[in-house]
Design a protein around this ligand. Structure first.
Ligand code: 16G
Ligand code: ZN
Length: 612
């Protein structure tokens, strides 16, 4: 702490590390000495100049010393977090993610970068240590910007630059970022840190703390929290409490209060309707659900499985497993027709499902969640007489049936973006109410400031009739229940549970809103996946030549068909997606498109084999 204050008061280094201008304290000293010397004639004046230069030189020397000492600490401490030579990693769509044993230096350096980002934005920045749905042996790290959103693309680039600097050029790269961004190193810095339950998370988050402290930043270590909880804390801090109180208790209180308000007037909710089976993926979401339970006062009766007491994180369980395998997780005792959901390893994704009396598994993914929530919100807007534009943001992976239903039946605007949460989040910010969900279950709802203001004003308006008042109160509580900073499994789950209760719907009713088109996802290994360039929100391949024409002609062979290919952002593969009127057609189209990718985009290894 001492060093932070000291740095703030006394250094005025520019980004290259050179002395730029005297700090306020020095300026005051110089001015006062000028005042004392005034009117004593030329000689005295020149002696003052000499003294002034002397004192400026002295302060320059001491500032240089401090600056050197500051970077000296980085230099010394970075040796305790050495980078394995030759290892290069990229800050991808979900931050850095790889085997935990390669990440110690990355964590230290992300501590440094978060400190710079904090000085630059004059705000608190978050650093979350997690690898989400990846296997337990992996880990990762993500930076959180002041309003709880993902860090900007330019800073993603800095993250990669810093991560890949060899040990002896780390300071040079650090100073390069300081210079490019014109960062005033005398600004204080504050970084919030959280981690998931992986065995490696404790030491890796310590490395982040080391990075921050070596640049004199302040830290608050939240310890074990879900990713969205840390996003929430950062937003609460930078909005000075107007978004909520930056504690886990504050989070539970805000969400549970909104949930109880939404459900309190729902008549005749039976215990069965209040019961929900939750698969915690053996991760942090399970721990946090347990903590939250008392706040929900039995209005939601959570039956938790895969709570981390015995199983391995994300192993045969969790949202990603359920979505990709299209089957129930292990360790869950599902009765026929029972409403179930799965979180992923850091609780920022959720999917719902149930099994019918014939043993058939039904998945309700991000598209179904977006449909349920946007339909509910649209209805409330109509009832409240509020003229706010609502839109749903999806990616190319959204099931064609969901898009058709939203556009044709619900008359809701639908917008498609590239894969990756930040793209959806930015697109959703363009509307009064932007509902965004990836099919994989990551998503939330954003309410513009203007929309929130209109809702709040209408709640207070004494001239509204009862129906309007009821609708707008529900809207107000829904806004409070939603974590607008990022997709949040716990918050999304409570919204879904409240909507089902308010509308008196079972999970089967919800599932029946529309029927998913059968679909299939495959991956193809090619020598360099960058040969595939896409446009139109990844729905069309621009290169290699001929690939899109081939896909178009294959799609024409099937009914209600659609297919696209894109290079993965997290794995060294090309992803293929196909949907059509039957499972056989979807599988066959996906296989044919895979063959085209293999042939035209430099496939390696065995040729893709037919699925049947
Ligand atoms: C990351 C993204 C997720 C996306 C997935 C696609 C974030 C926080 N996560 O996990 O949104 O769906 O990547 O992976 O942005 P892919 O590029 O390998 O298909
Ligand atoms: Zn996740």
């Amino acid at each position: 702490m001492k060093s932070t204050k000291f740095v703030k008061k006394c250094t005025g280094i520019n980004s290259a590390g050179a002395f730029e201008k005297p700090c306020p304290n020095n300026e005051m000293e110089t001015n006062s000495s000028v005042r004392q010397e005034r009117g004593r004639g030329d000689v005295r004046h020149s002696s003052h100049v000499i003294r002034e230069v002397g004192s400026a030189a002295h302060s320059l020397r001491s500032q240089k010393k401090q600056k050197m000492a500051q970077f000296e600490e980085v230099s010394q401490k970075s040796k305790l977090h050495p980078k394995p030579e030759g290892l290069t990693l990229q800050y991808g769509t979900a931050g850095f993610r790889t085997h935990a044993k390669h990440l110690d230096h990355i964590m230290f350096r992300m501590g440094l970068l978060a400190t710079l980002r904090s000085k630059k934005t004059k705000s608190t920045i978050g650093v979350m240590v997690t690898a989400s749905h990846n296997p337990e042996e992996d880990n990762g790290v993500k930076l959180i910007d002041p309003m709880g959103e993902m860090v900007t693309v330019v800073w993603e680039g800095y993250a990669t630059q810093l991560a890949n600097a060899e040990q002896d050029s780390l300071l040079k790269e650090l100073k390069d970022i300081i210079e490019k961004e014109g960062i005033d190193m005398s600004e204080p810095a504050s970084v919030y840190i959280g981690k998931d339950t992986r065995p490696s998370s404790a030491s890796l988050s310590q490395a982040v703390l080391d990075g921050v402290s070596s640049l004199g930043g302040k830290t608050h270590d939240y310890g074990l929290v879900t990713t969205p909880q840390l996003h929430y804390m950062v937003c609460c801090c930078n909005t000075h409490g107007s978004y909520g109180s930056p504690t886990t208790e504050g989070y539970y209180q805000k969400l549970s209060q909104a949930f109880l308000q939404l459900t309190q007037n729902v008549p005749n909710r039976t215990d069965d309707q209040k019961r929900l089976l939750v698969d915690g993926a053996n991760g942090i979401g399970a721990l946090k659900m347990r903590e939250m339970e008392p706040f929900l006062r039995s209005e939601l009766q959570v039956v938790l499985s895969n709570d981390g007491s015995s199983g391995k994180l994300n192993h045969m369980c969790g949202a990603d497993y359920v979505k990709v395998q299209q089957k129930a997780p292990q360790g869950m005792n599902m009765g026929v027709g029972e409403r179930c959901c799965s979180f992923d390893g850091d609780a920022d994704r959720i999917v719902y499902y149930y099994t019918d009396s014939k043993g058939c598994f039904h998945l309700l993914d991000g598209d179904k969640i977006a449909t349920l929530i946007s339909t509910y919100l649209k209805e409330l807007l109509t009832q409240a007489g509020l003229n706010l534009q609502i839109a749903v943001v999806q990616t190319a992976y959204a099931n064609g049936s969901s898009t058709r239903y939203l556009e044709d039946v619900m008359k809701v605007a639908v917008c498609c973006t590239k894969t990756g949460v930040k793209h959806l989040h930015h697109a959703a910010q363009e509307y009064d109410i932007g509902v965004y969900f990836e099919a994989n279950g990551h998503g939330t709802v954003l309410f513009s400031k203007a929309a929130q203001k209109q809702i709040q004003e209408l709640v207070k308006d004494s001239n509204t009739n009862d129906e309007k008042k009821h609708a707008v109160k529900l809207l107000e509580s829904t806004v409070n229940l939603i974590n607008q900073t990022v997709g949040d499994a716990i918050s999304d789950m409570l919204v879904i549970e409240a909507v089902l209760a308010i509308r008196g719907m079972s999970v089967q009713d919800w599932d029946a809103i529309y029927t998913d088109l059968p679909n299939r996802q495959l991956k193809v290994t090619v020598s360099d996946r960058r040969v595939i360039d896409t446009t139109d929100a990844e729905r069309k391949a621009v290169t290699p030549e001929g690939l899109q024409d081939t896909i178009d002609s294959l799609v024409k062979k099937y009914k209600n068909a659609r297919s696209f290919v894109r290079p993965s952002g997290t794995e060294d593969v090309v992803r293929v997606y196909a949907e059509a009127d039957t499972h056989e057609s979807a599988d066959s189209l996906a296989h044919e498109v895979s063959l085209a990718v293999y042939r035209l985009a430099g496939g390696v290894g065995d040729k893709p084999k037919p699925l049947h």
